[in-house]
Design a protein around this ligand. Structure first.
Ligand code: NAD
Length: 316
């Protein structure tokens, strides 16, 4: 049987590159990335190999994207602006890198006759749900960030393309993802602050925010697990742990592992870290469990392991 080809948008990014490591064992891989937040070093192990191609280009370049789509079996669409806070000052980023880029991906797929897409969505599509843990069926969905609105719009576009043009989609709503090759998010934020250590660690909000954290290896395995098994036309899965952790506890774990001691925590105050932040979030992962998938690390263990891995990575 001939090898299949997988195109990973954002494949040089944090989550995308872990997916690429796994997909490279299954077939040919094309990484499509503009390196805006991704890094070539994350895919260095594959560069130059026969069944691997790196296209350094923007998803807004429809001509290049259309060319890259030829012969592809499944698109893993991971590219997006990863920083929710960008929307505080610039709503255009999530519109162009989220909605417009996803529309371009779908149109290029339609043009090339590619009909399978895996999409990286987010718990932020729910906004501030009244029910927690929040299942995939929860509604109404009222995002409170431009990022969340963009993800929900993308889910809608993908669903419509499935119905209108015979595509098949796997949509994953991620919790907060942490671990090796991280370039953003809470642990990186804390580490960067500690590297400029002024004797204290500034934590956004009052520390009482409570969220679910999933290790990046678990997210990559979970995506592939469900993609291989689920046969539905349009399937949505929550991808998170079934527990959560306080932001204050994350700060304490980070300080416990940080080599320098006597650092104090300073909270900026307020229920949210920033405008658009959802302070309490817990996804219901029952649907993934019913499929037979289980996370290896709960939120606290994921934070501990991710912090160890990031410190090792920085020391190397
Ligand atoms: P990341 O920034 O490491 O990865 C995004 C990648 O997409 C980067 O390599 C970047 O260079 C690339 N990219 C961005 N815009 C592009 C464009 N216009 N054209 C081509 N390439 C482009 O972030 P990540 O954390 O790995 O996120 C991957 C996906 O998962 C994103 O869609 C993100 O929204 C989603 N997600 C992440 C988290 C998390 O906690 N990290 C949570 C929920 C959802």
């Amino acid at each position: 049987m001939s090898k299949k080809t997988y195109l990973v948008t954002g494949g040089a990014g944090f989550i995308g590159s872990h997916l690429v490591d796994r997909l490279a064992r299954l077939g040919r891989v094309i990484v499509y990335d503009n390196l805006s937040s991704g890094r070539k070093e994350f895919i260095a192990a594959h560069l130059g190999k026969k069944d691997f191609k790196f296209v350094k280009a923007d998803l807004l370049n429809r001509k290049v994207l259309q060319g890259a789509m030829r012969g592809v079996d499944t698109v893993f669409h991971m590219a997006a602006n990863p920083e929710i806070r960008v929307g505080e000052t610039n709503p255009h980023v999530d519109f162009s890198q989220g909605i417009m880029a996803t529309y371009n991906v779908l149109e290029a797929m339609r043009g090339a006759g590619v009909n399978k897409i895996v999409f990286a969505s987010s718990s932020t599509v729910f906004g501030e749900p009244a029910v927690r843990p929040t299942s995939e069926e929860y509604g109404p969905m009222i995002p409170i960030s431009v990022y969340g609105a963009s993800k929900l719009s993308c889910e809608g576009l993908i669903s419509a393309y499935c119905h209108m043009y015979g595509m098949q989609a796997w949509v994953f709503r991620f919790a907060n993802i942490i671990g090796r090759r991280g370039t953003h998010g809470i642990l990186i934020d804390f580490i960067k602050k500690l590297e400029n250590n002024k004797g204290f660690l500034k934590v956004l909000g009052n520390g009482r925010q409570r969220k679910s954290y999933l290790l990046v290896e678990d997210v990559a395995d979970g995506i592939l697990f469900a993609w291989r098994r689920e046969k539905g036309e349009f399937s949505i899965f929550n991808l998170g742990t079934d527990d959560d952790i306080l932001i204050a506890d994350i700060a304490r774990i980070v300080l416990k592992k940080w080599p320098e001691k006597k650092i104090r925590i300073r909270y900026t105050g307020g229920a949210r870290g920033w405008r658009g932040d959802v302070p309490v979030m817990l996804l219901d992962p029952t649907k993934m469990k019913k499929l037979g998938w289980h996370v290896r690390y709960g939120s606290r263990q994921a934070v501990e392991k991710a912090m160890d891995d990031l410190l090792k990575e920085r020391a190397a």
